[in-house]
Design a protein around this ligand. Sequence first.
Ligand code: NI
Length: 139
Amino acid sequence: MSDLMRFSVAMPEELLMQFDNLVARRGLAKNRSEVIRDLVRDALVDEEWDDPDQEIVGTLTIVFSHHASDLQNKLDQIQHSHHDKIIAAMHIHLDAHNCLEVVAMRGRSDEVRAIAESVLGVKGVKHGRLTSTTTGRFL
Ligand code: NI
């Protein structure tokens, strides 16, 4: 623990109570300090995404019906034309009609966003969300 630097934080009581509720929701394995470190790392990942020169990681999750005409072909086409940014893809058959795909991407944030937007723009995609995360190298 000797590599940890300590500092104290002044916080309004109401905000501190809300913060302690957040700490409690995260469970017994994390205390106030751990949760503050998580929040700082979360802010730093947001900054990585704001920096166009930074390599980031993102996961795109989409739900669609495989009955929609040509949809799977279009999704595959987009993924193949960006194979250098797409590091993995997982396809799950949710039921007789619906599919879930999770696409993991690595590259510049503007490139990853653009790939996500083109996938989300395919007609027949029912829902989709891009989650921004990090290579972890600078955290
Ligand atoms: Ni499927």
